[in-house]
Design a protein around this ligand. Structure first.
Ligand SMILES: [Zn+2]
Ligand SMILES: [Zn+2]
Ligand SMILES: [Zn+2]
Length: 362
């Protein structure tokens, strides 16, 4: 074989494998130079019709990837004219053994795509899953499309797989397939954690493998992977129960660790008794999800001493929102100073420290 043919084959295999496995470097993917990326304008806008986009995208990936051997053959005929790839009369047994499987695999790809596409996509594996969740499947798809538009959805991309968690759905979009499950049918299990110490920014990273199991035997389970720093964002969005195997120790992000420490300190500070006859509490201004849980009350030093000032605001924040507010106002480069630092009250701007936050006694 000529050197040019060997080089071409090696480059083609490397590019093809990266594309098929979804391992294309970020720079190439974001420039749209992955094979399905080149066709993306035919998929439509995922924010307008999420399901249609993924029906088209997965089908296109299957066709394009199963056509790769044929594309390889055509390329080879230009790189290596001595093989006479386009002249059947001059074909050797080797040439035939390259052409035949390539054409067959391409035809298989085309058949799969046609099988999925005809009959209004009814036979596409994603539609089959949707049909099991309710009929007609377009109604179920409509509910996913609507929730996908919410800006507070959880999204995590790792390699060729994207995990999306909306109010009711857990969705995993892979290169050739989409897995989805309704949160009410799901039980999650953090099965493993693997650490990678050799990253570009010199910090160790931990990745979690989470099994998403269905309590309904009709649906197959699947595994998702994510950076452990996104774990708390994931659990914030989850309604389905999540368990952690006893052997797994999840590394929290710096701000998550701080938020846990903040909570512990507030619990040590004691309680604040709401004066009798106070007006009823309204939901936390930060999240509107729960009733206020904390009151800022200067207790760290005598009234006129120190940096902190008395706050006269009525309780308006939950503990989680207050800890996030406090963490967000700290110097990112000096985490050692956070515990002893102050933040302004979100309403009256009076400075307070961690010793001045009290849980409400209702
Ligand atoms: Zn809140
Ligand atoms: Zn205040
Ligand atoms: Zn204070």
């Amino acid at each position: 074989m000529e050197t040019s043919a060997v080089l071409y084959t090696a480059a083609f295999i490397a590019y093809g494998l990266m594309d098929v496995l979804g391992l294309m470097p970020q720079e190439i993917s974001s420039a749209g130079l992955t094979l399905p990326g080149l066709f993306s304008k035919y998929f439509g806008d995922p924010s307008l019709d999420f399901t249609r986009y993924h029906l088209r995208r997965t089908t296109c990936s299957v066709i394009v990837h199963l056509f790769l051997p044929l594309v390889y053959c055509i390329g080879l005929s230009f790189v290596c004219p001595s093989l006479h790839m386009f002249n059947p009369r001059l074909w050797s047994a080797t040439t035939l053994s390259i052409w035949l499987p390539s054409v067959t695999v391409g035809m298989i790809g085309l058949s799969i795509a046609l099988y999925w596409y005809t009959n209004n996509w009814q036979r596409h594996p994603m539609t089959v899953q949707l049909s099991q969740l309710g009929q007609p499947w377009r109604r179920v798809a409509g509910s996913i499309n609507a929730e996908f538009l919410h800006i507070d959805k959880f999204v995590s991309q790792l390699g060729g797989s994207t995990v999306i968690v909306t109010d009711s759905w857990i969705i995993q979009c892979n290169v050739h397939s989409v897995n989805l499950i309704h949160q009410r049918d799901a039980v999650l299990n953090v099965a493993a954690a693997d650490e990678h110490n050799f990253t570009l920014d010199g910090q160790s990273k931990q990745y979690l493998t989470i099994n998403v199991n269905s309590i309904n035997s009709k649906f197959k389970s699947f595994s998702i992977r994510l950076n452990s720093h996104q774990y708390s964002q994931l659990t914030d969005k989850l309604q389905a129960p999540i368990r952690t195997a006893r052997t797994v120790l999840i590394q929290q992000s710096l701000s998550d660790r701080f938020i846990s420490a903040f909570r512990e300190q507030v619990q040590r500070n004691g309680m604040y008794q709401i004066p009798p006859g106070s007006p009823a509490l309204e939901p936390c201004v930060g999240c509107l999800q729960v009733l206020p849980q904390v009151k800022i009350q200067k207790m760290c030093a005598p009234v006129d001493d120190g940096q902190c000032r008395q706050c006269f605001c009525r309780p308006m924040w939950c503990l989680s929102c207050m800890s996030k507010w406090f963490a967000a106002r700290q110097d990112k480069d000096r985490p050692d100073s956070w515990m002893s630092s102050t933040a302004p009250c979100p309403m009256c701007r009076a400075k307070f420290c961690m010793l001045d936050v009290f849980e409400l006694s209702l």
